[in-house]
Design a protein around this ligand. Structure first.
Ligand SMILES: [Zn+2]
Length: 336
């Protein structure tokens, strides 16, 4: 039995037809966890759908109304990049309910993982990049409203910048100051060939939610609203450089800010065989990434809730492995 809960429902499946987003990954992860003995049935808890009231803690009434009545404009539907349907609205409301439940369990058990969610490209008034509503932001605002936490930190390791997260929690940030960068590894010719620019780290003051995003600079979204800390990584960066930057970002963030809850957005798309990513992390490197986040949080006694966000490996089984490894990493750190 795992020392924490896994939040999951078969209804996490996103009804988007044939799509680069492998909507069946959630069920595949669930099934693999059971088949491999990593988890047993009693480790899973089933979420309820978020209420409209929960969703309205983050999203505008106008946008929620459009979603509930199916009245998005053609342009808004296009930006979403997944085919709109009432069934899809239901699936996203359930994902938000799952993140709320995971946040709640994390506060009790130290960690909880939702086998879904991480829809970090949703803004208060619109959705984009496969993300209709921002489940993680909704969970944070719900925990705050219920008086269970005051401050939260998001650590977004999806290969794409967390633009929705940054916009939602922009708070009272002051202008960001670039910090001195670490040199790129001279061993990796990709850095020199494709990106003469160094990794850039930007930081700014945060409000009640501190946002960290490590992402590939030359990738969606084109416009990246400032997070509290943004690490703009050059194309092709590998395990060692990535882990050094993650360590750096976590140390820097936790020097400035003491969260009551850490929301880890564990995208599988920094993987070197990802179809929508341009970084070069290995499956082993991604597991070390997860371990680093869990270890740092555990050392400081900060509860962690996890969502899975993107993952578009050529071979969907690799995406499933990377996500399952996040659970293995949490287990190893939390039983050590
Ligand atoms: Zn992504």
């Amino acid at each position: 039995m795992l020392p924490f809960k896994l939040v999951y429902s078969d209804d996490y499946y996103l009804p988007i037809g044939s799509h680069v987003f492998p909507a069946e990954k959630y069920k595949r992860i669930h099934d693999r966890l059971l088949a491999s003995g990593i988890a047993e049935p009693s480790d899973f808890v089933t979420p309820h759908s978020a209420t409209d009231e929960d969703v309205l803690l983050v999203h505008t009434p106008q946008y929620v109304k459009k979603l509930k009545t199916g009245t998005l404009s053609p342009r808004e539907q296009m930006e979403l990049e997944v085919p709109f349907s009432p069934a899809l609205v239901k699936a996203f409301w359930l994902a938000a309910g799952g993140s709320i439940l995971a946040a709640d369990y994390a506060l009790g058990d130290g960690v909880a993982i939702s086998i879904g969610g991480g829809f970090h490209h949703a803004f208060p008034d619109h959705g984009e990049g496969f993300c209709m509503i921002h489940d993680v932001a909704i969970a944070i605002r719900r925990m705050q409203r219920d008086g269970k936490i005051r401050r939260a930190m998001t650590v977004d390791c999806d290969v794409h910048q967390g633009n929705g997260t940054a916009a939602i929690f922009a708070g009272t940030r002051t202008a960001s100051e670039p910090l001195p960068s670490m040199p790129n590894s001279p061993m990796n010719p990709l850095h020199r060939a494709k990106t003469p620019a160094k990794t850039k780290m930007h930081t700014g003051h945060a409000g009640d939610v501190f946002t960290i995003s490590l992402h590939q600079e030359n990738n969606y979204p084109v416009w990246k609203p400032p997070s509290s800390i943004d690490i703009d990584l050059p194309d092709g960066i590998g395990d060692d450089d990535y882990l050094a930057w993650l360590d750096n970002a976590l140390s820097s963030g936790l020097r400035q800010f003491e969260p009551d809850l850490l929301c880890y957005i564990a995208g599988a798309d920094p993987y070197r065989e990802d179809q929508l990513g341009g970084l070069s992390l290995t499956i082993e490197g991604l597991k070390k990434r997860d371990e680093l986040v869990f270890r740092v949080a555990k050392t400081r006694g900060i509860p962690v809730m996890v969502t899975f966000a993107g993952g578009y490996a050529q071979n969907v089984e690799d995406t499933v492995t990377i996500h399952c490894n996040t659970i293995v990493a949490a287990k190893e750190v939390h039983t050590a």
